[in-house]
Design a protein around this ligand. Sequence first.
Ligand SMILES: NC(=O)c1ccc[n+]([C@@H]2O[C@H](COP(=O)([O-])OP(=O)(O)OC[C@H]3O[C@@H](n4cnc5c(N)ncnc54)[C@H](O)[C@@H]3O)[C@@H](O)[C@H]2O)c1
Length: 193
Amino acid sequence: MKFALVCGAGGFIGNYIVKQLKREKFWVRAVDIKHHEFDSSAADEFIIADLRDPQACRAIVDRRFDETYQLAADMGGAGYLFTGENDAAVMHNSASIMRFARCNLTGPFNIGSEETVTINQLAAMAMDIAGKRLRIKHVPGPMGVRGRSSANQLIRQSLNWAPSKPLRVGLEKTYAWIEAQVRQARAPQITAA
Ligand SMILES: NC(=O)c1ccc[n+]([C@@H]2O[C@H](COP(=O)([O-])OP(=O)(O)OC[C@H]3O[C@@H](n4cnc5c(N)ncnc54)[C@H](O)[C@@H]3O)[C@@H](O)[C@H]2O)c1
């Protein structure tokens, strides 16, 4: 039997990876600071622990694991994505993560989008998808990183892999989903008398 460790298993991606590993007959130890909010875990063992604590980490890796997935992170705000419509996308992403974990590349490698857009271009793209022409108003606020992009040469050469969908396609899907949520929230609620 193969053994797997999934850190951050109470989260969005970790929970799916545990399910997939169980389908593949792994024995799975799941670790998170909390249980999954909307689902029970398929893991053989679910340990509640804070992975910032070195002692907890040592206790968790008390045996050899064939595969280890580290997904624990303070992401903030991803909870809204927990819907059925997003299941297919998450399963696809989880399958990709597992494929990368099992490939013979050992160092770090990028898997992000190589598309670079300014925030103005992103806003213009969202307006175009919405079929709306609006004025962009820049407001003062905290500034994050000035830009992010992924150099995918290594993964392309090694695994012949590249992200399959352009940003526009993802944004179209995200827009449609958000629009449906807004419509649903605005719809009159009919309750039984
Ligand atoms: N969801 C996405 O679309 C996406 C896209 C790109 C990258 N990622 C990255 O993948 C990773 C996982 O994403 P996710 O969507 O599953 O996030 P998530 O927030 O759903 O899951 C993260 C889990 O980590 C746990 N955690 C946080 N701090 C911990 C700690 N100190 N000890 C133990 N557990 C702790 C949280 O409780 C949570 O259950 C993150 O690094 C995220 O940035 C996610």
